[in-house]
Design a protein around this ligand. Sequence first.
Ligand SMILES: [Fe+2]
Length: 260
Amino acid sequence: MGKSLIEAEIAATRDGGVTRVQIRELREELERERAEGRERERQLERYASDLSDIFKAERRRSDQLRESYVATVRALTNAVEARDAYTGKHAERVAAYGLELARRISPALAADPQTEFGFLLHDVGKVAIPDDVLHKAGDLTADEEALMRRHPEIGQEIVAHIRFLDTASLTVRYHHERWDGRGYPDGLAEREIPLAARIFAVGDALDAMTTDRPYRPGTPFGAARAEIEAAAGTQFDPTVVEMLDHIPDELFERLRAQTG
Ligand SMILES: [Fe+2]
């Protein structure tokens, strides 16, 4: 039987000349491995840096996309509001009130940009309502009333094909539904109505009551709150109304001042 590797090592160790050669070879091998290790480290650093660049570029693109979405929604909202000098920034105020409520009811819903888009665009269907009906001072005829009540459906038709507004379009369609099922266009009741639309209804009523109109001054927040509470379970979702209690008047006043 020949010598084992260990025996060969021991024999080699006894011979000083061979040992020095081996040590040199081992050192060279170690150095090679260290160099390879450093190269791998540099390669990993390059990968990490490339990934970070890709991530930053991706985030920039997504920010730009989001900004274009917001700009598009604001342009559409302004196009609707420009026709009604009395309501002014109604959509922006309702969106601010609605988001404040949504944050307390469902943070995930509040964080979804489509929730705010739906609040802002709720009346986009009014672009199809003629001025003489939209701005009529007296009572509407039955036909005019029927036409006016079509604005949620028309609004949904306008935005439903825009993919970044598909969920928002539900608030547009259902913003006049009532908790007791006596709203329109579909007479949905209670939780059949999408949550965003139920929240919107409360924010909308709050703004409608507290905003000055040519024929009457706005109601103070406290009084508007009492009226909304009285309609909990009939017009409004009682859970949403309950949440209204947790938001102080000062916060609504600040939001109103910020939106103008
Ligand atoms: Fe409406």
